[in-house]
Design a binder for this molecule. Structure first.
Ligand code: 4AD
Ligand code: MG
Length: 431
């Protein structure tokens, strides 16, 4: 009996041999020798079958192995720098666990709709696996960053009656006799928790009924949202710089192989260090107008505007103090220019656009109520939120970072749909 090993750990089994369990990636038969590359998620190993060393049944079975069938292979193990994965196994035993006839994804070009229809299988391919590993590392880095700084993780509800980011883009849900929505943000609940713990973050799926088909929009995406009591807008911006720099550094440190698989040029990522440049919104509008963009003071920035603004910088850039009417109801008025609010968007370089939206929150009860009314939001469902301003109100700030946009930037991939295991978009609920 050979001991079962992850492919990653085969180096420990050069003396006794090992059994590995996985999926067949390629097979090549050269006369009386066959080469089978097996993948188990921890690595790949080249398995060599020599006809005269195995039974006729085993040799026959090798001829029948097809792309993505599942197998258990066992035999002697030795390091071989030329073999894919760095190890070679001399096969003595082989079991076919699950056949795979006519695997739909073949080593050739497929259209993206075809691949998305087969996302449940596409996830097995090397670039998709590299992306998911970067995503997983970034998620862990997010938790580590906040844990190290004594933030309490708060899980905010997904079903809510309080609209977080305005009426557009809501998914309504029948909630018995009431109207509920899928949460667009956990922020409002995070603000309540900030008064209990000082520093909190939430991290979970959020939902926007985005009718736009762009490479930056999903209808279900993951957002991490810290909320910090006593932080003003300036503190908030510094926290974002440290946070984004930390995540990028972790990916560079622990995902080298994955970034190489994805052919990501890492030089631009290595420059991501605080401080990040800042542009006032009004300055941004001036720059855009000079470059001939059809935009006027008061408009929100579109994706092409963001790309052009970020082009001038070698690291992420903050756009600060947007006009009130372009932003959500909860942002605090800028005392130096009441037409604007104390907020920032962080634009990633290389055309990836907004990865963070953040702000200082309106902590004055009457001003907040006035904003809720101005935006025509249902006042009754914000009673609890307004009470946070009645019982010990406090200056506080926070932000939301979109996980998939961040991973798209770090991996250097053009489209956000590959950044989540099973993307949800305007025309996609399958698989
Ligand atoms: O700027 P947004 O709408 O901000 C908020 O939701 C605040 N409540 C955050 C806060 O202050 N706590 O969204 C934050 C980020 C965006 O910068 C973007 O990265 C991402 O969420 N995002 C999306 N990602 C993918 N698909 C979409 N449809 C997204 N909409 C926003
Ligand atoms: Mg935003």
């Amino acid at each position: 009996m050979f001991p079962v090993s992850d492919i990653r750990d085969l180096g420990r089994h050069e003396a006794d041999g090992a059994a590995v369990r996985g999926w067949v990636q390629t097979t090549r038969v050269h006369g009386r020798v066959a080469f089978v590359v097996v993948r188990d998620g921890t690595g790949i190993v080249q398995c060599v079958v020599v006809q005269k060393e195995v039974s006729p049944d085993l040799w026959q079975l090798v001829q029948e192995l097809t792309l993505e069938c599942s197998v258990i292979v066992a035999g002697a193990v030795r390091a071989d720098a030329r073999a894919p994965g760095g190890f070679e196994m001399s096969v003595q035993q082989l079991t076919l666990v699950g056949a795979s006839e006519d695997y739909p994804i073949q080593p050739k070009e497929h259209g993206v709709d075809f691949l998305l229809d087969h996302r449940h299988l596409w996830l097995r391919s090397s670039q998709q696996r590299a992306i998911m590993r970067v995503r997983s590392e970034v998620e862990q880095a997010i938790h580590d960053f906040f844990h190290q700084r004594n933030f309490v993780r708060i899980d905010t509800p997904i079903l809510t009656g309080s609209i977080g980011e305005g009426g557009a883009g809501l998914f309504p849900v029948d909630y018995f006799e009431e109207q509920a929505y899928l949460a667009q943000t956990g922020q409002l609940y995070g603000e309540a928790a900030a008064a209990a713990f000082g520093r909190i973050y939430c991290f979970g799926p959020t939902f926007r009924a985005e009718k736009s088909k762009t490479r930056r929009h999903l209808t279900e995406f993951w957002m991490v949202e810290p909320e910090v009591a006593w932080n003003d807008s300036e503190d908030n911006i510094r926290l974002q710089e440290d946070f984004v720099s930390y995540i990028v550094e972790r990916a560079l440190e622990r995902c080298r192989d994955e970034l190489e698989t994805l052919e990501r040029d890492i030089a631009p990522l290595e420059r991501v260090k605080p401080p990040f440049p800042r542009l006032d919104y009004s300055e941004a509008i001036r720059i855009l107008q000079e470059k001939g963009h059809e935009i006027k003071w008061g408009d929100d920035l579109g994706a092409p505007d963001e790309t052009v603004l970020a082009e001038g910088f070698d690291r992420p850039v903050f756009i600060v103090n947007y006009p009130k009417e372009a932003k959500a109801f909860y942002m605090k008025e800028n005392p130096d220019d009441p037409r604007t609010v104390l907020c920032d968007d962080l634009l990633a370089p290389e055309g990836y656009g907004e990865i963070i939206g953040g702000s200082q929150r309106e902590d004055d009860h009457d001003r907040l109520l006035a904003r809720i009314r101005e935006q025509g939001l249902p006042e009754e469902s914000y009673t609890w939120y307004l009470e946070l301003r009645k019982y010990g109100t406090f200056p506080h700030s926070g932000f939301g970072l979109g996980l998939e946009r961040t991973v798209a930037w770090i991996t250097g991939r053009p489209h956000i749909r590959e950044m989540i295991p099973f993307p949800r978009m305007l025309n996609r609920l399958y698989p």
